[in-house]
Design a protein around this ligand. Structure first.
Ligand SMILES: CC(C)(COP(=O)(O)OP(=O)(O)OC[C@H]1O[C@@H](n2cnc3c(N)ncnc32)[C@H](O)[C@@H]1OP(=O)(O)O)[C@@H](O)C(=O)NCCC(=O)NCCS
Length: 202
């Protein structure tokens, strides 16, 4: 695979969602979305997430997009106001791998937005960008995020967790993968069903 820059600009449509580029006009909405305890807890966002943070964030997003090094799109329902964000970064062209991430603003959760956004970007990454293996890093205590991963067809790998110190104590980031064209084995499917029924209990 050639190390072509990632496409820019980009607009992707999925079930009930439109993923679009961030714009400078999104600053106020971005701050409202990101200045929130769950985002502070589970993502590397600065907290409080103020106007200065928001401007720096949009600037970095723009740089990442125009340089073609990452995909960073606002989640909307119709191309209008941003309700969250989905990203693709750390592309390894030789291994045809990349990492993805997502967040949804507090008032917009539990409506399937993160699942729709992750499915759409994963489909684009495998179908159009020809990536083969997509990765998520999730602390198992972040149950909503693990549910999104499972719903979108990602599976927990056995890789050792990445332990990081953060302002809320250590996080243990487990690696989830989506491998294009791979179907789940029977134990994996059973485990998935059990997990969805009983949450974190094993
Ligand atoms: C994780 C997050 C992105 C989920 O966004 P969302 O739009 O609410 O997720 P969805 O609506 O697509 O939910 C997917 C599944 O998780 C379930 N779910 C979501 N939040 C849940 C919660 N708080 N408790 C229980 N189940 C939850 C949904 O019911 C759905 O289950 P289903 O497949 O059985 O219907 C959101 O909670 C968030 O932004 N958290 C803070 C940032 C973060 O943790 N990002 C990920 C870092 S790894």
């Amino acid at each position: 695979m050639t190390a072509d820059p990632l496409p820019y600009p980009l607009r992707l449509t999925g079930t009930g969602i439109v993923l679009r580029e961030w714009q400078p006009e999104d600053l106020t909405d971005l701050i409202a979305l990101l200045d929130e305890p769950e985002i502070a807890r589970w993502t590397p966002m600065p907290s409080p997430f103020d106007e200065e943070s928001g401007k720096a964030y949009l600037k970095r997003a723009h740089q990442g997009r125009t340089s073609g090094s990452r995909i960073q799109l606002a989640i909307t329902t119709d191309g209008g106001r941003p309700l969250g964000e989905v990203l693709l970064f750390s592309v390894n062209h030789d291994l045809r791998e990349a990492e993805l991430g997502y967040l949804v603003g507090h008032p917009h959760r539990r409506r399937g937005l993160a699942s729709a956004a992750l499915s759409t970007l994963s489909g684009y990454a495998c179908g159009t960008l020809r990536l083969r293996r997509l990765l998520l890093r999730i602390d198992p205590a972040n149950v909503p995020s693990t549910l999104v991963a499972r719903r979108c067809g990602y599976w927990l790998t056995g890789e050792p967790p990445i332990v990081q110190e953060g302002p809320y104590g250590p996080t243990r980031l487990e690696t989830w993968e989506y491998v294009d064209g791979r179907s789940a084995t029977r134990p994996e499917r059973q485990r998935n069903v059990a997990y969805r029924r009983y949450g974190g209990r094993r």
